[in-house]
Structures are given as C-alpha cells and as structure tokens.
Design a protein around this ligand. Structure first.
Ligand code: AMP
Length: 434
C-alpha cells in the first residue's frame, strides 16, 4: 500500500486511506445506508486509489502521485527532473518538477521553500502558476502550469533572433510580469531566456523562482549574488549590496538584446573577462536594430542603478507604443476614480469566476464540507490543486492567457536566418557578496 498524504475521514469511504477531509457529519443511519448508486469522479478516484490494483501499483511505481498521472520526461534542472502529468479528475496537463528530498542540502531546501512561497503568493497571466505541492517520503513534486511551447533560449538558438513584432509582444509580457512581481514585493533575481517559457499558444510565462526574494520596501538592500553571470548587473560584481528592482531591470535589458539580435551583449571566455566586460559596460548594438528599441536597451543597460530605466519608464517607451494588452497591466498606483471602476469590475469578475469554480468542484464531487475544511491557500492540499487548476481553466476561458497585439504595424520583412549565438544554456549561481 502506498504511503499517501490523505487520511480516512470520508463517511462512505471509511476503508480508504485516500480521502479528503469532509466536515459533513455522518450519522449512524448514514453509515448503514445503502452505498450511493453513482459515485462522483472524486469518490471513484479515492476508491480506486485504495482498492483498484492497477491504480495502487501505479502509485507504488511512481506512475501516479497524489491525484496526478505521471508521464514522460520534459526537462532537467540543476536539482530536478521535470515530467509531464495529468490531473486524474480535471484531465489538465501539468508539469511535475520532481526533487529528490534526500539530495537537498540546507541551502537547496531554503531555495525551494522560497520558490514555493513566491509562487503561491502570485497570480498573473505571465507568471507560471504553482498548483500544488505533493510530498512523498523520498520526493517532492511541484505541480506547475504546463508550458508546452518551450523556452526562449531554445527558440532563439534553433530559429534565430525574434522579429521586431514578436520581440515586442514577448518583451511586453515579461515586463508586465516583472511589474506585477515588483509591485507585490518579489524580486525574481534569475531572469534569463531559459526561464521565459511559452504556452503552446505563445503566451509568455516567467518561471523558476528558486532565487527570488521578498522585499518589504523597494529600497531594501540585498547581498546575495543570484542568477546567471551573463545577465548579472554590474553592481552585483562591484558592490557589497544592491537593490532588487534594478537588478531585474538590467537582466531584462540583456534579455531584450538577446531577443532582437540573437546574440548576448556581454560575452567572454572566462568569468574574469565577463565581469570586466559588464563593469566596463562595453556592448555594441547592431545598427539595424530599430532606433526606439536601441534607445530602450541603452536606457536599461546603464551602469548606475539609479540612472537605469524604471519598469514604468520601460512600459511608456516609444518601442512599445503600439502594443495593446488584452488585459490591464496590474497597477497599484494611488486610487483614482478610473482605478476604482476597474477594481469593482474586477471584483464582479472574481465573484463570477468563484461561482464557476465552485460549480465545477461540486460536479467532480467536492462538497461544501471539503471546501470548508481544506484551506484553499495550502499548496500541500489536493483540494487546493484541483481548485487552482479549475480557477485557471475558468480564467483562460475568459481570455487571461490571450496575447497582446501590435496595433497598426506591418509584419516584419523576411525573418533573418540563424545567428551565430549558439552558447550553452546559462547556469545560475547563488553566493553572498563580500
Ligand atoms: P527547471 O528545473 O525549472 O530549470 O526546468 C528544467 C526544464 O524543464 C526547463 O528548461 C524546461 O524545458 C522544462 N520545464 C520546466 N518547467 C516547465 C513547465 N512548467 N512546462 C514545461 N516545461 C517545463
């Protein structure tokens, strides 16, 4: 019998080790009543998980974990393997980031816990979602939104630089995600093309929050070197401490350069030379990069963090003037009447979304008792997983993952072929500055 995290409390499925906390008190009459004629999907699943031989075997050999069916490998990280998964009830595809708990040292555990805390506290169309965390004695599974369109690094290495329009649409989504994160006190600290994923419909998802940190104030000084050296801001090599937002902004400048040219602005064969190159700030933008984009890159890649563009300046730049978002950029500016109107519309939409999700949960067999007794904020709870997946489904139906469009622009002329950049994927580092 597999060791599961769910305990037996369901009145009808008292034989089950896999059931969810339901507060509906079972009276003795209920206990003796005939079993229901038709099981709900949830009842069938929890019964199978403790009675059906094949399901039990799948749980033992790792072809299932919690409510997820585990399928083929889709990627590797420094501490993890990533596999495709399917939710057994909702049938949604997910990415399962699998970590071997026995191999996580104290620092890796700390990074992992930051990754979970950052991801569970945010919800934005361009930030990869964390649906659930499943723990077994030896492993930890982060159940993530599936991004089937690959990552930006591979895309550029395989297909060459992005067209001007595609760069705008992609960059604007990264910018929107970073604005949202900074407004919510989260600094990513590992922005790079490898961490910009795409859904199969091309929506950008900023991923990998292992190096992220929370600041209570934008001016909080940080002192840990995080991220990938080619994307590191000069102050990370130069100073004993640094401010979070400008470091993410610098990395966005490197990312933008990479998107529009297919090459990296700062390149060197050794770490020492790379450091020198970044501190010198010596880079050359090819002359064919459109003027407004050149100006944006120059405004971002400024040596002094205080001279560097802020996120709002980037949003208002000429190059992004024609980009129209299908949803409003998250704004936490002081209240004004327009903002209050948008807020009340949003509240109404939220209520409608909640109603849809509640109905979908009920259809699967979740009762009011399940919802009352399981905190939907606890990522280590299977009810939270289903709830977050259904909520995202609802939001996607309402267009939350639609792409921005570039208005009134002609398509780019012939796309350029492959550029010379064929570097290895950039690995990220973590150390305290001294
Ligand atoms: P990571 O450990 O986050 O660096 O992920 C390693 C690799 O797994 C990435 O480079 C992606 O190719 C793949 N991957 C990670 N997360 C996802 C996801 N949510 N959807 C699809 N592929 C992913």
């Amino acid at each position: 019998m597999p060791r599961g995290q769910y305990h037996v409390t369901s009145p009808r499925l008292h034989h089950s080790r896999y059931s969810l906390t339901d507060s509906s008190d079972a009276s003795p009459e209920d206990e003796e009543a005939d079993p229901p004629m038709r099981f709900t999907a949830l009842q069938k699943l929890t019964t199978d998980m403790c009675k059906d031989e094949k399901t039990i075997k799948d749980l033992i050999i790792g072809r299932r974990v919690g409510f997820y069916k585990v399928r083929g490998e889709i990627g590797y990280g420094t501490f993890s393997r990533v596999k495709l998964g399917f939710h057994a009830l909702t049938k949604d595809k997910v990415a399962l980031k699998i970590l071997d708990r026995t191999k996580l040292d104290i620092q890796a555990q700390r990074l992992l816990s930051r990754e979970i805390t950052s991801m569970e506290s945010v919800q934005h169309p361009n930030v990869l979602r964390l649906y659930e965390v499943v723990e077994t004695p030896s492993r930890l599974f982060l159940v993530l939104e599936y991004a089937g369109g690959g990552d930006l690094h591979n895309r550029i290495c395989n297909e060459g630089k992005l067209s001007d329009n595609t760069s705008k649409v992609t960059f604007a989504q990264v910018l929107s995600a970073i604005k949202y994160l900074h407004n919510n006190g989260i600094i990513h600290r590992d922005l790079k093309a490898e961490n910009v994923l795409f859904t199969s419909s091309g929506c950008v998802k900023v991923a990998d929050f292992g190096f992220s940190t929370r600041v209570s104030n934008r001016n909080d000084a940080l002192d840990t070197f995080c991220g990938s050296p080619p994307y590191a801001a000069p102050e990370l090599f130069r100073d004993e401490s640094y401010l979070g937002p400008p470091v993410d902004v610098w990395a966005m400048g490197v990312l933008l350069f990479f998107m529009v040219t297919g090459t990296m602005p700062f390149r060197a064969d050794t770490m020492g030379k790379l450091r020198h190159c970044i501190i010198e700030g010596s880079y050359t933008i090819p002359p064919w990069v459109p003027g407004p984009c050149q100006r944006l890159i120059k405004g971002i890649l400024k040596q002094a963090p205080s001279d560097r563009y802020a996120v709002d300046q980037m949003l208002g730049c000429d190059w992004l003037l024609h980009v129209e978002f299908p949803w409003s950029l998250v704004s936490q500016e002081p209240d004004n009447s327009m903002q209050s109107l948008l807020d009340s519309e949003r509240e109404l939409e939220d209520e409608e979304e909640q109603e849809e999700v509640r109905n979908a949960l009920e259809e699967l067999g979740f009762t009011q008792g399940h919802l009352r007794n399981n905190s939907l904020k606890d990522s280590r709870n299977p009810v939270t997983g289903v709830y977050r997946i259904l909520l995202h489904q609802t939001q996607k139906r309402r267009g939350c993952d639609s792409l921005p469009v570039v208005r009134g622009m002609v398509r780019d002329p012939k796309r350029e072929g492959l550029r010379a950049y064929r570097g290895l994927r950039h690995t990220s580092k973590f150390c305290v500055l001294s």
